[in-house]
Design a protein around this ligand. Structure first.
Ligand code: ADP
Length: 509
């Protein structure tokens, strides 16, 4: 038994004085349920157990107990962060603090367009609450929306909408610090604050982002800005036919994003991505090795899609968006032989999909691409908004996928100044060849990106140290700052050790 597991056993025993035994999970099948989604069976990230508080006071009591037994905790909201490690901890033997039972929607303000939620609130819960009360608000959802509003925002998840940078729409957190004390960020630091979830202007340092992708506290309430339901939405579907078209795809969009004619980050998605929602691969190809080019062409023909595919959406007052859409069509029309025709949606129309903030799980179908017990892992570097750079990154990445014997699936979300390149590595978790290939591929991709000066925006629990090491400016100055903060806030090293490559002194050596 590891030292962490021994500490955990004492913690889990003593926790029975704090919460009832039916919210403490130590059976083998419970431990395995908090799964790391890795491409091979391994105990590298297996928790010692899980514990599910229902109140802030219980969270505080458990954190104080963890300090006494020196037990590492790993907080999750709903634990659906599948492509980046699921609900498993970085460190084996940690105890999962499963916050999914703290699932109250505390407030929705339809006039000022925000909500305040507990961590266990799922996208479906918030959607239902908005719909039931007929509130004129839209949320932004990720492609696969079975996770939590809070967990996704804390990981800086993305959605295809103007409010699609979920980390950036956080306004005001309540956090249990590693010593068990409770704080509220932003203007919520004032007793009786009237503007906690309304304003990011704050006196002194702003701490909301300090609790994103970090291990400095457990978030127990999260304020999030929502989008006023638009009067109308216009959609333009774009396709480019060749693999070599990504560069022009990026160059045609980012200046329009920069100038505000497009107000979300539209993504160019490779055709295997779209086929994987319809898949599995065996629909088209039963053979070994990479999908042959002629099969790729057959998929594109059958699904009537391009090599690269993108959806542009315009949200708001109908006259305004019609003018924006016209200007965009004029700017990019030369790239498309067939005249672009937008579809317009109005209030009351039957909307579908994440562009309208409607949660769905269709995207998860991608893990069935290879059949078997499917899995996926995200590799997500940030590039400059530059067509040449994006094309080169794509070619480099596809070559590495080919070396690993895996079909390429990438998406490039075009921002005003940068592009987030989300690559999904799809695999069958029980296929030994793939199991061995995936970690090597990830390692290679991280090295390749770093050689270009690109870091990742998010990574899987198994590569958190690896990515943290690439942040090497000033001989790792950022890592030293993170360690300083970690040791000051969490001297016993109980809070999510290893999250984002940040380790407490206790485990650093
Ligand atoms: P989701 O259910 O939305 O997919 P998760 O619950 O899997 O999100 O959370 C993703 C990651 O975010 C977790 O692994 C953890 O590191 C961090 N996290 C989630 N919830 C909290 C929280 N309430 N406090 C602090 N960190 C959290």
């Amino acid at each position: 038994m590891t030292a962490a597991a021994l500490d955990a056993a004492a913690f889990l025993r003593a926790a029975r004085d704090i919460i009832p035994a039916d919210r403490i999970f130590t059976a083998e099948e419970d431990r395995s349920a908090y799964d790391d989604q890795m491409a091979f069976p391994s105990d590298a990230h297996k928790p010692a157990g899980a514990i599910a508080p229902v109140s802030v006071e219980e969270v505080q009591a458990l954190v104080r107990l963890a300090n006494r037994t020196k037990t590492p905790l790993w907080p999750i909201s709903r634990g659906k962060n599948l492509g980046y490690g699921g609900s498993a901890p970085v460190m084996a033997g940690a105890v999962i603090l499963d916050m999914s039972r703290m699932n109250k929607i505390i407030e929705i303000d339809s006039d000022r367009a925000y909500c305040l939620v507990e961590p266990g609130v799922g996208f479906y819960d918030l959607y239902d609450a908005l719909a039931q009360k007929n509130m004129p608000l839209w949320m932004s959802v990720p492609g696969n929306a079975w996770g939590s509003v809070a967990g996704n925002a804390l990981e800086r998840g993305k959605g295809p909408q103007p409010y699609g940078d979920h980390g950036a729409t956080i306004c005001g957190l309540e956090v249990v610090l590693p010593d068990g004390s409770l704080i509220r960020t932003g203007t919520g630091a004032m007793e009786g604050s009237a503007t906690w979830n309304l304003s990011k202007d704050v006196y002194g340092p702003a701490w909301d982002q300090m609790f994103c992708q970090s291990n400095f506290g457990i978030v127990t309430k999260l304020g999030l800005w929502l989008m006023p339901a638009p009067e109308a939405t216009m959609t333009l579907n774009l396709q480019l036919p060749h693999d070599s078209d990504l560069g022009r795809g990026v160059d045609m969009l980012y200046p329009l994003r920069l100038r505000g004619l497009i107000d979300h980050d539209p993504a160019w998605v490779s055709y295997v991505g779209i086929a994987s929602y319809v898949g599995p691969r065996s629909n088209w190809y039963e053979g070994e090795g990479l999908l042959p080019e002629e099969k790729g062409r057959a998929i594109r023909d059958q699904l009537k899609i391009g090599w690269w595919n993108c959806q542009l959406n315009f949200y708001g007052h109908e006259k305004v968006i019609a003018a924006k859409c016209d200007a965009v069509m004029e700017a990019i029309g030369q790239h498309f032989p067939a005249k672009l025709t937008p579809t317009t949606w109005r209030k009351g129309d039957d909307f579908a999909g994440s562009k309208a903030g409607i949660p769905g799980t269709l995207d998860m179908a991608m893990i069935n691409w290879y059949g078997g017990r499917g899995g996926h892992m995200g590799f997500s570097p940030i590039l400059p908004a530059d067509g040449k750079a994006a094309q080169a990154q794509f070619e480099r990445t596809r070559k590495r996928y080919a070396e690993a014997g895996l079909d390429y699936y990438g998406a490039f979300a075009v921002g005003a100044r940068s592009v987030i390149n989300i690559n999904e590595i799809l695999y069958d978790r029980d296929d030994e060849r793939m199991a061995n290939a995936v970690p090597r591929l990830m390692d290679q991709l991280i090295s390749d990106a770093a050689a270009q000066g690109y870091s990742e925006y998010r990574t899987h629990i198994s590569t958190m140290d690896r990515v943290a090491k690439t942040l090497n400016y000033g001989n790792g100055a950022m890592g030293r700052l993170n360690s300083l903060l970690k040791d000051a806030l969490d001297p016993n090293g109980i809070m999510a050790p290893g999250k984002s490559g940040i380790w407490p002194a206790r485990y650093r050596s």
